[in-house]
Every structure is written in structure tokens, then in C-alpha cells.
Design a protein around this ligand. Structure first.
Ligand SMILES: *Cc1c(COP(=O)(O)O)cnc(C)c1O
Length: 394
């Protein structure tokens, strides 16, 4: 918001900063929120100003106050040099990769990557002459052995958004930077609140704002932040492609930003309680949640992350698909569906084995992913008990 007196230099708490960042009420007649600017044409007062494009905003695709305020807030939150918005998380990934790669480049991508990222690499990037090689998410500094003279980028994501392997991103970044490669992270699970991407070694960080930033399952948005090294090419690529976010989605994401720390704190606490509840169940083989002491990546999570979010997976002891589906179908409070980060709980069965190439996915039983929403926990527990009862009967 407005900058004021001397004590502006005193560091403020994160909720205070997110309540105030990017807002300029007295540029908008005192209204608390920056309104939704819809616009293509921007008018100039005279011919010379038009020829010089002398204006804070020059054309609708290049930004509006609605867009710029969110970009600025995200840049501050992420500790970045700059941010651009994209119309979806996947569009943000495509934009980020396009800003970095050229024909003849080699890229290392975690085998646990969000599957549509994989499809983009194996489809479009391959067609454009970029070779993608997948690596074991547990590789850490061992990624050294995979670096080639033409390795231009390493794409990380921790934890995997179904399988929950933790990656040692600082170790991977140290190796990559020694080889002059660019490090990207898909930071959707933790958000910059729980994993400061650039401080941990990422040159470019991607967030599906569709998830926790939107927070209400009614927004599609992606954000790409970059450090000094990558900011200019990122912004130039954004301007060249011009795939910009919609004004309503940017507005709703700015609104989401104010409450994101409060919502995430609740998702974190509730998901941890539910994960511990699952660990006690006789039907459960393992719970894949990095903040649990039992998780193989727990020490990395504890070292690098400030918190955990509402998404984790559960591996059941071996049972038939019919029984697994009976469990899922009996739930009334958990919607069956992809995406997550909204106020409501979700569930989905998954199997990574069919598309992994660098690693084998052998979790030991059927896998279910949960997103824990903002409902009362005792109601969610009742619902899950109903699911287990249906599973026994099926
Ligand atoms: C959902 C998701 C995306 C893509 O976001 P969309 O807005 O749905 O395109 C990217 N990465 C991860 C890890 C996600 O969960």
C-alpha cells in the first residue's frame, strides 16, 4: 500500500505484508482493492507520446494495474527480480521453458514431474529439437553424472504432486550452476510461503496459482518468477507470446493472496492430522507426506521448507481395484477430481507406473491422493471411516 513514515524499513510479518502488498487505494478513489481493469486499447494524450509509447501501461496484453499489482506482490513474496502471469499453471510452465531453451539443448527433468509438464517436454519441446532426459528425484548431487556440455536446464519439483518424493534442490542447483545450467522449480505444493524458491537455488519458479493462491477452485492462473539472471529473457518471451492472464482471474488471485497464509496454515495442520490418522489405520501400508517423520525425504523437507500444505498420498495394503474404488465412491465430503488447493477436500486414485522412465513406481499397493480442505476434521474422519467400511464390504 502507500509507503509512509520511517518505520517502513522495519521488517514486517508475512501476513501484514500480504495484506498490504500491491494495493494503492488512493489511486482508485479510496477503494480497498485494485479494480478489475478490462482493456485492449490504451489511449495516449498526443502523437509524440504514442510514438514513444510513453505511458505506464502501453497495451492490454502488456499489463494493467490489476495484473501489475499481483506481479509486484508475487515478486516480493518470492524474493525474485520479476514475475509474469500466465493463463494457467501449465501455460506458465510452457512459457518458462520457452524462455530458456533452444534447439539442440538438453534438459534434465525429474521423473516425478507433474504429468502434463512431461507431455510438453516429450511432445512440443522434442519437436523443437530439445532433448529431455528424466532423472531419479532422489538423485541429489548425483545429477553431476547426467550433466552434458549442452545441458541448458534442470527442471525440479518437490515434492512430486502424487508420489511425494523430496528432492535436494539446493544440491541439484549447486551442480547445475557449476555447469552454467538454469534451475527451474515447480513450487505449486509449497508456494513461496513454505519454500523460498530463489533463495534455495531456483533461477525460475513456477506456481499454479490455480491451486492455493486462487484457493477457491474458481480461478485458472500461472505465475513465473525469475531472478536477475533469467528475468529479462522471461519478460521478453512473455511479450513475444502474449499469452496473458484474464483480468478476473488476476483479480481473484490478488484477493486470494490476502488470505493465503491463513488458509495454508489450516490446510497444513489439518492435512498433518489426517496423515497421522491414516498412519494408524490397519488398511494403510504407508502415508506419503514429507512432514511425517516416517517419510524418507523428511530431513530434506525439515531443512529446506517452512511448512507443508494440504496434499498428500496414502498407499493401501494390497486390495483389488474394486475395493479401492468402493472406498473412494463411498466418500461424500471428498470430491473425486484433479486440481487442488481450494477450500474443499478432494480424493483421487492414481498410478505413476505407466509413464515413469528413470525410476520404477512400486509403492506396494493401490495409491490414493487426498487434498484436505477447510471442513471440520471430525466430519472428514467420519467420511473416511464410511469409505473403509465400504471397502471391507466390497
Ligand atoms: C495443477 C498443477 C499445475 C498446472 O496448473 P493448471 O493451472 O491446472 O494448468 C502445474 N504443476 C503442478 C504441480 C500442479 O499441481
Amino acid at each position: 500500500m502507500q509507503s509512509g513514515g520511517d518505520d517502513d524499513r522495519k521488517p514486517r510479518g508475512i501476513r501484514t505484508r500480504l495484506v498490504n502488498s500491491g494495493r494503492v487505494p488512493f489511486d482508485h478513489h479510496g477503494f480497498v482493492n485494485t479494480p478489475i481493469y478490462r482493456g485492449s486499447t490504451v489511449l495516449y494524450p498526443n502523437a509524440q507520446d504514442f510514438m514513444d509509447r510513453k505511458a505506464r501501461f502501453t497495451y492490454g496484453t502488456k499489463g494493467t494495474p490489476t495484473i501489475a499489482n499481483l506481479e509486484q506482490s508475487w515478486t516480493e513474496l518470492s524474493g525474485a527480480a520479476g514475475t509474469v502471469l500466465a493463463p494457467s499453471g501449465l501455460a506458465a510452465i510452457a512459457l518458462a521453458l520457452t524462455s530458456v531453451l533452444s534447439a539442440g539443448d538438453h534438459m534434465l527433468v525429474t521423473d516425478s514431474v507433474y504429468r502434463p509438464t512431461r507431455n510438453y517436454c516429450d511432445g512440443i519441446l522434442k519437436r523443437f529439437g530439445v532433448e529431455t532426459e528424466y532423472y531419479d528425484p532422489l538423485i541429489g548431487a548425483g545429477i553431476e553424472a547426467l550433466m552434458r556440455p549442452n545441458t541448458r536446464a534442470v527442471f525440479t519439483e518437490a515434492p512430486g504432486s502424487q508420489s511425494f518424493e523430496m528432492q535436494d534442490i539446493p544440491a541439484i542447483a549447486e551442480v547445475a550452476h557449476r555447469h552454467d545450467a538454469i534451475v527451474l522449480v515447480d513450487n505449486t505444493w509449497a508456494t513461496p510461503l513454505y519454500f523460498p524458491p530463489h533463495e534455495r537455488g531456483a533461477d525460475i519458479a513456477i506456481e499454479a496459482g490455480t491451486k492455493y493462491l486462487g484457493g477457491h477452485s474458481d480461478v485458472l492462473l500461472g505465475l513465473v518468477s525469475a531472478n536477475e539472471r533469467c528475468w529479462k529473457p522471461l519478460r521478453q518471451t512473455f511479450d513475444a507470446i502474449s499469452a496473458c492472464a484474464g483480468p478476473e482471474d488476476a483479480f481473484l488471485a490478488s484477493r486470494g493472496l490476502r488470505t493465503m497464509p491463513v488458509r495454508l496454515a489450516h490446510h497444513e495442520k489439518a492435512a498433518l492430522e489426517m496423515a497421522r490418522w491414516f498412519e494408524q489405520r490397519a488398511e494403510v501400508l504407508r502415508v506419503l507426506h514429507p512432514a511425517l517423520e516416517s517419510h524418507p525425504g523428511h530431513s530434506i523437507w525439515k531443512r529446506d521448507f517452512f511448512g507443508s500444505s494440504g496434499l498428500f498420498s496414502v498407499v493401501f495394503k494390497p486390495v483389488s481395484t474394486a475395493k479401492t474404488h468402493a472406498f473412494v465412491d463411498a466418500l461424500r465430503l471428498f470430491g473425486i477430481g484433479a486440481s487442488w488447493g481450494g477450500f474443499e477436500s478432494l480424493v483421487l486414485p492414481f498410478d505413476c507406473s505407466e509413464y515413469r522412465t528413470a525410476t520404477q513406481w512400486n509403492p506396494g499397493g493401490p495409491c490414493i491422493r487426498f487434498h484436505i480442505g477447510l471442513e471440520n476434521l471430525e466430519d472428514l474422519v467420519d467420511d473416511l471411516e464410511r469409505g473403509f467400511a465400504a471397502m471391507t464390504k466390497a
